[in-house]
Design a protein. Structure first.
Length: 636
């Protein structure tokens, strides 16, 4: 019996080994080896197809350490990567949205093709990311792994349609053309995407607050015609336009036509003309505007009536078919009207400035967000081209932690599910001056969410953290998880202008201690100066929070020299790391006054509080600090 069992065991091992070899061979045969392939384009490819093929070659060459050939479709090779429309692939994209693409493969051929100006380029970057391991995390953080035996599946069957026709963010990386193309950004506010790159969607003459700033300027018209401007409390001001004044309609129409004569490009898919209120609440209360506001149920009705009229006049010229018109649903115009709807060529950009950014928009317990959700639903029912202006920053204290990571995915999904066609995700657009939070990380995540709101966000975040912070990234992820969890409570919120003293309302003493440990662990794990530098810079946001809340090394429950030194060290690190602003607002440049850095709460470390008295007593404060330092070391 034992002999029989032994024989059967040997036979089983033999069969399993044959099976394993068979599976291995099968897997090898089913994989497409990039090193054997050439890139095929049409005999006369479009400039975007040519650009896409060149980019594919550039990155594949770096990956496999070879020289991939780019040939026209009059050539033949056993293994081919076909880019764009060729005599091998002529898929029908006639009804597909610009930017759509397909990626297909078999044992001998990979096809990458797409619709419009951007489809094939999008497909190439998607192929490099999904199947070759490339990632564009920041403009200068590009992962391009080396693999001289790179293979991809021979059964790829992937198709993609963009979720949004317009997508834009505004940090440093978002201003870089290649980062933008690689991550699907289509907006052209902060950069220009070349025709080779598929172009961008441009706002002509400014993207926001164009009334009185771009059109019908008070410096030109107010002195002789105050009636062109808003009446507030019975007095005409130059802060907004009177939108029922017929002369104002004529002026704005004429000035818009002059701008279009200069800037219009008929070859673009769309270009946008912004007809948007100035950034204040002083809208017109004259008899005619007030009557129309009431008749339409909202000042948005008066705004839309005006914008519809300007759009109608411009389109009547027959010269600007690809022009669409943009206006705001912002603050006093946020509520949708009841008896007027936007034209098909009018974009309504709904702005979330009043919202809470710590609770998701569909959180039923958050009053600010339930009100916004009602406005979103109302606009989505009457507007064919609804855009969103969303906020991802603390305007007042941008250096402080702004842990809205827990809402960005669900909120983007909500926008898509309510027929939103475009999103501008505002971040810290002056990021080079105060990038002391996770602005670039957030920017990357937002670009990926606008590409696909249903991605695995943790996977994307972990990839970024590993690429930027190295082995310390896992500790920073734990820190982000803690502060995100404690960003709000059921009764507290995360606002656009969040006072650092009241942020992280639910954080415990144990969690504060753990956060300190996590930053030290991250720094200890750094493998090089670059990683350590990025960790130190990002830690500034945590140190800022502790300073504002007088916690840990900034606590007043210790010798004054110690907390004053912590203040001084934080200020010096701000300066050394190039952080020159604490927030967006005017006067938020960091002051050079030592007394405030040593003794005052962190928010007052800005030029907004530069009064002469501080300079007068500054030398005495420095002397006091020196005395406290000496007394501390005498006793220690």
């Amino acid at each position: 019996m034992k002999m029989l069992i032994k024989i059967l065991s040997i036979l089983l091992i033999f069969l399993l080994s044959i099976s394993a070899v068979s599976i291995s061979v099968s897997a090898e045969e089913s994989a497409f080896n990039i090193k054997k392939a050439v890139i095929i384009t049409a005999e006369n490819p479009t400039i975007t197809e040519k650009y896409a093929a060149e980019k594919l070659k550039y990155y594949l060459d770096k990956i496999i350490g070879g020289n991939v050939s780019v040939l026209s479709d009059s050539n033949h090779n056993e293994y081919e990567i076909i880019v764009g429309a060729t005599n091998r692939s002529n898929e029908d994209f006639s009804v597909s949205a610009d930017g759509s693409y397909i990626i297909k493969s078999d044992a001998n051929r990979i096809i990458i093709n797409g619709a419009g100006n951007k489809g094939t380029i999008n497909g190439v970057y998607a192929f490099l990311e999904k199947f070759c391991g490339c990632h564009w995390y920041e403009s200068d953080v590009i992962v391009n792994p080396e693999n001289n035996n790179l293979t991809v599946p021979s059964d790829i069957d992937l198709s993609y349609t963009p979720f949004f026709e317009y997508s834009e963010t505004d940090t440093t990386s978002a201003r870089d053309p290649e980062f933008s193309v690689a991550n699907g950004l289509t907006g052209g506010i902060y950069k220009t995407l070349s025709d080779e790159q598929g172009g961008d969607v441009k706002y002509l003459g400014g993207s926001s607050h164009t009334f009185v700033n771009r059109y019908c300027k008070p410096s030109v018209y107010f002195e002789e015609h105050p009636e062109y401007f808003a009446e507030v409390d019975g007095v005409r001001t130059g802060t907004q336009l009177c939108l029922t004044n017929e002369d104002v309609k004529d002026i704005v129409t004429q000035e818009a036509l002059e701008l279009l004569e200069e800037k219009h490009d008929p070859n673009k898919t769309i270009q946008i003309l912004s007809l948007t209120q100035a950034d204040n609440g002083e809208y017109c209360h004259c008899e005619n505007c007030s009557f129309l506001d009431e008749a339409t149920g909202s000042p948005a009705g008066t705004m839309l009536t005006f914008v519809n009229e300007i759009a109608s006049r411009i389109k009547a010229t027959g010269k600007y078919e690809n022009i669409v018109f943009d206006t705001f649903a912002y603050q006093y115009t946020r509520k949708a009207p009841v008896s007027v709807v936007p034209r098909e060529d009018v974009i309504v950009r709904l702005c979330s400035i009043e919202c809470c950014f710590g609770h998701t928009l569909d959180d039923p317990d958050c009053k600010e967000n339930t009100e916004f959700m009602q406005d979103l639903k109302d606009w989505s029912e009457i507007c064919d081209r609804l855009y969103i202006w969303n906020y991802n920053l603390n305007c007042d204290e941008s250096v402080n932690i702004y842990p809205n990571f827990g809402v960005i995915q669900r909120d983007t999904q909500i926008f898509y599910e309510h027929n939103v066609k475009g999103i501008y995700q505002q971040g810290v657009f002056y990021i080079s001056e105060c990038d002391a939070e996770f602005g670039e990380l957030k920017n990357y995540l937002l670009t990926k969410l606008m590409q696909d709101p249903y991605i695995d966000l943790d996977t994307e975040m972990n990839g970024y953290l590993d690429a930027v912070y190295g082995p310390g990234g896992k500790y920073i992820k734990e820190f982000i998880d803690i502060v995100t969890k404690r960003a709000v409570t059921k009764y507290t919120h995360l606002q656009l202008e969040q006072d650092a003293r009241f942020s992280l309302p639910g954080i415990t003493f144990a969690e504060v201690k753990r956060c300190n440990e996590l930053w030290e662990l991250a720094k200890s794990a750094a493998e090089n100066d670059y990683q350590l530098g990025r960790i130190n810079r990002s830690e500034l946001c945590w140190r800022y929070w502790k300073c504002a809340n007088m916690r840990c090394e900034f606590s007043r429950l210790q010798h004054p020299y110690l907390w004053m030194k912590a203040n001084k060290d934080l200020y010096n690190d701000f300066v050394a790391m190039g952080v020159t602003r604490l927030g967006e607002r005017t006067g938020h440049d960091i002051s050079s006054n030592d007394l405030r850095h040593l003794t005052r709460r962190i928010y007052t470390w800005i030029t907004l509080y530069d009064e002469p008295i501080w300079d007068a007593i500054n030398p005495y404060a420095i002397k006091l600090y020196e005395i406290l330092e000496k007394t501390y070391y005498w006793f220690h």
